[in-house]
Design a protein around this ligand. Structure first.
Ligand code: COA
Length: 166
């Protein structure tokens, strides 16, 4: 992994995961634009902040936004709609911390499955999801702007619950 180091432990110790507010959006949008060719706009994030079905959180490092994740839970299905980490902080365990948070939150909300779509070219993200037990379930051909395919992945949360029960 690039850029990761023992500093990663220190960085994670200084992080809290908290609800995203509109005051965070300048920092969130800067990360979003640095990470994605077709970035979400401010209104997309506002819609998730106020949504009854979604939880938008940030990883806050001493008041600086290190990353964020948008989770939607509808009945027993959870979906990671967006996750990104400030590129200068990649490789410090922050993405993993955010995705692990989404697993716990989904269980708390009584979801039994968690899904996501990811660009087939996003090797770091796919590796992260596989590490946390997501499995590929299908493709959407030419789903993204430049013809990139989407890989569909999901994780059975019942397994996650059993892991924490023992
Ligand atoms: C995907 C992303 C969120 C990962 O965040 P991160 O904080 O850099 O990742 P972490 O340091 O928590 O890494 C956790 C695991 O992810 C995988 N990983 C992360 N970066 C990787 C890389 N460059 N190459 C291979 N695997 C990688 C590894 O499995 C790693 O575990 P390890 O440290 O035991 O090897 C980050 O790369 C990102 O913001 N990418 C751009 C946005 C994006 O693609 N989002 C996903 C949309 S679906």
């Amino acid at each position: 992994m690039p850029q990761g180091s023992n500093n990663g432990i220190l960085v994670r110790q200084m992080l809290i995961i908290r609800k995203m507010t509109e005051d965070d959006l300048d920092a969130v949008l800067a990360i979003e634009q640095a990470c994605f060719p077709r970035a979400w706009i401010k209104e997309h994030f506002i819609a998730e902040i106020v949504s009854d079905y979604g939880t938008a959180v940030v990883a806050d490092k001493d008041g600086q936004i290190a990353g964020y994740l948008i989770l939607s839970v509808l009945f027993d299905e959870a979906e990671i709609l967006n996750v990104a980490v400030n590129p200068v902080l990649h490789g410090n365990g922050i993405g993993e911390m955010l995705v692990r948070w989404s697993l716990k939150e989904s269980l708390k909300e009584r979801a039994t499955i968690i899904r996501l779509e990811v660009r087939t070219t996003s090797f770091p993200a796919i590796t992260l999801y596989k590490k946390l037990g997501f499995i590929p379930t299908g493709f959407r051909k030419s789903y993204y702007e430049n013809g990139t395919d989407a890989l569909l992945m999901e994780k059975n949360l019942a397994e996650e619950e059993m892991l924490h029960a023992v």
